[in-house]
Design a protein around this ligand. Structure first.
Ligand SMILES: [Zn+2]
Length: 166
């Protein structure tokens, strides 16, 4: 199943880089990039425990990364040789965009919803499919980004992966 999903993800990235992503989104934020979620959120048991503190959205390397909500850039720069960007949306909410290829905004910039803030990179070290690691924090705790992202147009995905072939 995972292999099939990976294949679909690769096909998506190759064939349809500019369409909409599939997932079970529950909020109203626009997606920072458009593509399938190849790795979901896995809440760590402890603040420093293992887990996955965001979602990985497969997308062509160098794609525009858009602010999911209006806010102020509070960090934009390298950490351990990789580029990160954080936007503070107020009310204890932050979004983080990781393993970027390039930054388009700087710390202190006010950004609007959907504004391009960066270019996507290759993803976590060793990832097979280029992706954006997208994280959301509420009061400094990581939460599932899919609770904030808006619904998506699933039909765009289904045409690449028919659920009822024949
Ligand atoms: Zn990730």
């Amino acid at each position: 199943m995972r292999q099939l999903f990976l294949f679909v993800a690769v096909a998506w990235v190759v064939l349809a880089p500019a369409t909409a992503p599939p997932a079970n989104a529950a909020g109203d934020w626009p997606w920072p990039v458009v593509g399938p979620v190849v790795q979901g959120f896995d809440r760590p048991d402890t603040p420093f425990g293992s887990g996955h503190r965001g979602i990985d959205i497969a997308v062509v390397l160098g794609s525009p990364v858009r602010a999911s909500a209006a806010g102020v850039v509070t960090f934009a720069g390298p950490v351990g040789g990789r580029l990160f960007l954080t936007i503070d949306h107020g009310g204890g909410l932050e979004s983080r965009y990781s393993f970027l290829d390039a930054l388009v905004t700087r710390r202190g910039d006010a950004v609007s919803t959907g504004q391009v803030v960066a270019r996507s990179g290759t993803g976590h070290a060793g990832d097979l499919v280029p992706n954006l690691h997208f994280a959301v924090l509420l009061d400094d705790a990581y939460v599932d980004p899919l609770d904030y992202l808006g619904p998506i147009e699933v039909w765009r995905f289904i045409r690449l992966a028919p659920l009822h072939p024949g």
